[in-house]
Design a protein around this ligand. Structure first.
Ligand SMILES: *Cc1c(COP(=O)(O)O)cnc(C)c1O
Length: 355
């Protein structure tokens, strides 16, 4: 029996994407070859890559200053690629220290330039988003994490002080890309590993404003140079063909559903679950209410002895993947785009009946 998958990543994919991917493993685009066997230079796959890049641009409504790339190495490689391509050794960049991934991004950037913490919520184990930040005026860019996957916080107000600073913004959107309507043109660089909300592990989506490139004087290895990948249209070397294909199928699904509908559904799903947690006598949320993520819902039992019992209880109901990250504990239910409302209803029922 198919389980209800609340894992944080790799994560749930739309059923039709799995089916189409399965078909392509046997016969890709009528070629009589598997997607796993075909040349990345075949016209059939080049079309997938081109269409996938164009779909990202279309879904984000990006203007012509932007290039879309499908790279490898996950979000973690972007932690070093961003400063390598954007930050000279004598230049300064600000980082919002809002979670483990944000922190790792900052640590990597220190290898390449001057980096400062613009704000931090480490004092309360990243359970909220700082409301004030301090920025050094000549910052080359400000790095934000729009959704903190591990801690369950998400930036909701893009009109807030951070976004009035007129600094180039670099956003790690690994766990909430395509989950809502946004003015994506306000960011100078966006990156996201695909395995949370946009496909399978192995592909990383990078959106970059070309005007920010070419300003560093260090030598950059080709594989880590955005401009090389732009010039080669994401085909500098063999891309992760299958992962890119799964992202392509997921993007088609997102387009068909419509981001505005996906967003409305995401709001409904998260509200239902948070409401059930808040109404319960034995569970509680772990994050400042105004910063609660629609993607990763972190909660716990007030009595820690009930924790294992709830996980077992859920397992019996075919609900998997709700164990919280080890530095946080409790539970984390990931409600990415592909999680249907019925799936969330099952978890809500479990929260209520267990209570
Ligand atoms: C998962 C995640 C990453 C790391 O992605 P990898 O593909 O494992 O390198 C980075 N940032 C955020 C916000 C994430 O959720």
């Amino acid at each position: 029996m198919k389980k209800i998958n609340f894992y944080s990543g790799p994560a749930i994919l739309p059923e039709e994407v799995l089916q189409q991917a399965q078909e392509a493993i046997h016969d890709f685009a009528g070629t009589g070859l598997s997607i796993l066997e075909i040349s990345h230079r075949s016209k059939e796959f080049v079309k997938v890559m081109d269409d996938a890049r164009a779909l990202v641009k279309e879904l984000m409504n990006l203007n012509d200053n932007y290039e879309v790339l499908f790279l490898q190495g996950g979000g973690s490689t972007q932690f070093c690629m961003v400063p390598m391509n954007l930050l000279n050794e004598n230049e300064t960049a600000g980082y919002l220290d809002t979670g483990q991934w944000a922190h790792l991004a900052m640590e990597e950037a220190k290898l390449f330039g001057n980096v400062y913490i613009a704000c931090s919520s480490k004092d309360k184990n990243y359970s909220y988003l700082p409301k004030e930040i301090s920025v050094e005026p000549n910052s080359k860019y400000l790095h934000i994490t729009t959704n903190n996957t591990i801690y369950g916080t998400q930036i909701h107000n893009f009109q807030s002080s951070i976004f009035n600073l007129q600094l180039p913004l670099v956003a790690d959107m690994s766990s909430d890309i395509f989950s809502r309507q946004l003015d994506y043109n306000q960011f100078d660089l966006i990156y996201a590993s695909a395995q949370k909300n946009a496909g399978a592990a192995g592909a990383t989506i990078v959106v970059v404003n070309k005007n920010n490139l070419g300003t560093v004087n260090r030598k950059i290895p080709k594989m880590l140079d955005y401009q090389v990948h732009i010039n080669k249209e994401s085909m500098h070397n063999t891309p992760s063909v299958f992962a890119v294909y799964v992202s392509y199928l997921t993007l088609l699904w997102i387009k068909k559903e419509g981001i505005e509908n996906i967003e409305a559904r995401n709001i409904r799903k998260a509200k239902k679950l948070y409401d059930a947690i808040d109404a319960s006598q034995i569970f509680e949320g772990m994050v400042a209410k105004e910063d609660r993520s629609l993607m990763n819902v972190c909660f716990k039992t007030k009595d820690i002895l009930l924790e294992e019992k709830f996980i077992d209880y859920c397992k019996q109901k075919n609900i998997v993947g709700i164990k919280g990250y080890r530095t946080v504990g409790g539970f984390r239910a990931s409600l990415y785009n592909a999680m249907p409302e019925e799936g969330v209803n099952k978890l809500v029922e479990a929260v209520e009946s267990f209570s």
